[in-house]
Ligand binder design. Structure first.
Ligand code: ADP
Length: 377
């Protein structure tokens, strides 16, 4: 005998409902510099808001992305297209990632940070996110308690450097149920206003510059990773939403050539190139149905960003390009990188933890339902 209609509707918790999504790819073309304008020609044209054309001798090479911004796009336009949506998702409980990729000089730092340390009118995505997180919190209901934690690190030659606590230290990457994949021992600053957040960011940027001067390294060869962890506790139900946002300024995508850099050993050259090469391999593996293994663990960068690529994160990749003819090969390679990344599928869910009372409620409902079904049988 078939049981009558089940009167107990027990919806799965939000954390168990996955949504399929795709990595979003946004292309930003910077203006020609004054020197480039004198000596080089422009090879890139944004055809419309989704298409960009790279002029290759007589043949145009056309690429399409989720959005294309030409040199007239303002920092506000980029924030409105990329940052705002990612931040809204963060408050819903989704993890997010924004990655800036491209050759050195293509506009990654300009896009992510902007000139200076982010106080300028021309400030980039990071300072705007910092402001808007707190605008959002101030406008929201009193029923929710918020905690905003901030970590900043630099990955250089497969070594992790804590930008908020610049002591030489060896960090390892760990994975557990509560924190997911994380850098164990990395410091976290808790901030309660946008000005506090701005001053932590400023200190982190300053530490990055000092470290690069002291160690005589080129910061364009390192990856700067900012992680914001937002915790939202509903005071009535006790439910907790904990979501993470990675904002990443990647190292210049051009290969480091030993001949161009003085005093650099072959081992160092390999390490500098490793993370970006592995990033390329990860993207190839994720988008090639014939490949089963994704080599996340082969570099620090890809291991830290594992959830961002093929996992639980709404990810946007911004490919930054220069329009100048001298950058032709790097631009082509960046455009191809963006086209491959477009095919990455992620699977996201709202990161919630039920309170003890909510869990007890669920258990009692499940028990009642089991009893009912047994009676029906
Ligand atoms: P990257 O971080 O990729 O090495 P930068 O962001 O430092 O490159 O940009 C190189 C130069 O070009 C900087 O002087 C920057 O201010 C300028 N620039 C980059 N993108 C833009 C843009 N969209 N508009 C105006 N200037 C830009």
């Amino acid at each position: 005998q078939t049981p009558k209609t089940d009167p107990f509707t027990i919806a799965a918790p939000a954390s168990e409902v996955s949504l399929a999504t795709r990595v979003r790819v946004v292309c930003r073309v910077r203006p020609l510099t004054e020197t480039e304008a004198l000596r080089e020609t422009r090879l890139i044209e944004a055809v419309d808001d989704k298409t960009v054309c790279l002029q290759e001798k007589e043949t145009p090479n056309v690429f399409t992305y989720d959005s294309v911004f030409d040199e007239h796009a303002t920092q506000e336009d980029i924030y409105a297209s990329v940052g705002q949506k990612t931040l809204a998702d963060l408050f819903k409980g989704f993890n997010g990632t924004i990655l800036a990729y491209g050759q050195t000089g293509a506009g990654k730092s300009h896009t992510m940070m902007g000139p200076g340390d982010g106080n300028d009118l021309d400030r980039g995505i990071i300072p705007r996110v910092a402001e808007n997180i707190f605008t959002h919190i101030l406008q929201s209901s009193d029923e929710v308690e918020y905690t905003v934690g901030l970590s900043m690190m630099e990955v250089y030659k497969e070594h992790i450097f804590d930008l908020l606590d610049p002591q030489p230290k060896d960090f390892l990457i760990h994975e557990d149920k509560l924190n997911g994949i994380h850098v164990r021992g990395l410091s976290q600053a808790f901030v309660s206003s946008s000005s506090e957040m701005a001053s932590v960011l400023k200190q982190g940027c300053k530490n990055r510059r000092t470290a690069s001067t002291n160690m005589n390294t080129d910061s364009s060869r390192s990856h700067a990773i900012l992680q914001i962890i937002l915790t939202q506790k509903d005071v009535t139900s006790g439910e907790i939403r904990r979501s993470s946002l990675f904002l990443v300024d990647l190292a210049g995508s051009e290969k480091v050539d030993r001949s161009g850099a003085t005093g650099i050993t072959l081992e160092e050259t390999k390490k500098i190139n490793l993370s970006l090469s592995v990033l390329g391999l990860v993207i190839n593996s994720l988008t090639d149905p014939k490949v089963n293994h994704v080599p996340y663990r082969d570099s620090k960068l890809t291991r830290i960003l594992q959830e961002s690529l093929g996992g639980n994160s709404r990810t946007t990749l911004i490919i930054n390009i220069s329009p100048a003819s001298g950058s032709y090969y790097e631009t082509l390679s960046t455009l191809r990188f963006g086209s491959r990344a477009k095919k990455i599928r992620n699977s996201v869910h709202i990161n919630t933890e039920l309170s003890v009372d909510q869990l007890k409620g669920r258990i009692s409902l499940l028990e009642k339902r089991n009893k009912y079904l047994e009676e029906q049988l």
